[in-house]
Design a protein around this ligand. Structure first.
Ligand code: ZN
Length: 224
């Protein structure tokens, strides 16, 4: 009989599973030169915690007006971070429960995961609901908003902790901050390192997924 999982690993998508935020990659691929980088001030304001996810994505979808089929076509070309296969293999051990947890949008996350052969992974992300003309941005079905987030990772962390699990967060930016504040263990890169340092949140910086694999093996509960 396999042991029940004791550690929940919440793995960010944009800029963590992917090399670079998929929304940025898609925007760069489709925007004409006159509108290139139009999303950058928005993304920077989001990363500085000045605007929330709803404001960011509502404006982003105005700047990058793709229909769902066009998002799906671009999403399958977004590069994933090397070593992801080894991280997923390590997290296949019975003591781990893995969830992809994102503030990003289903219109690109779902096709990207499917194209990578990862459609079986449990995931939670926000929804861009298309009415044939434009989008309404809505929280994930299991999401709880906070003042800044739509799918607040802090709520997901707390839910897992309340179920008696140790919670590991892996992320790279502002969308991970609420989760990092409550997680037992935080693996951080890029902007999340700065947020954690500023708030005094204990974290382990990482560059490559192999560093997380090594660290999780060391910190995993002992086999029985
Ligand atoms: Zn939040």
């Amino acid at each position: 009989m396999s042991r029940a999982s004791t550690t929940t690993v919440l793995l960010d998508f944009d800029g963590t599973i992917t090399v670079r935020d998929a929304d940025f990659v898609i925007a760069d691929a489709v925007l004409p030169p006159a509108r290139a980088n139009g999303y950058v001030p928005l993304a920077e304001a989001y990363e500085r915690l000045e605007i929330g996810a709803a404001a960011y994505f509502e404006r982003f979808l105005e700047l990058v007006p793709l229909c769902p089929e066009e998002f799906a076509r671009e999403a399958v070309r977004v590069p994933l971070r090397p070593g992801l296969d080894r991280l997923l293999a390590a997290l296949g051990q019975p003591e781990f429960e893995l969830r992809v947890l994102s503030e990003g949008l289903d219109v690109y996350i779902e096709p990207a995961l499917r194209a990578a052969g990862l459609g079986h992974l449990p995931y939670s992300c926000n929804r861009a609901i298309w009415d044939g003309v434009g989008y309404t941005v809505a929280p994930a079905a299991d999401g709880v908003p906070c003042a800044r987030c739509l799918n607040c990772k802090g709520a997901h962390v707390q839910r897992a902790r309340d179920a008696g699990r140790r919670v590991v967060m892996v992320g790279n930016g502002a969308s991970d901050l609420c989760g990092a504040r409550r997680a037992d263990l935080v693996f951080a890169r890029d902007g999340l390192v700065d947020h954690c340092r500023r708030e005094g949140i204990a974290h382990t910086p990482f560059d490559r997924f192999d560093e997380i694999v090594r660290a999780l093996r060391l910190s995993a509960p002992p086999a029985t």
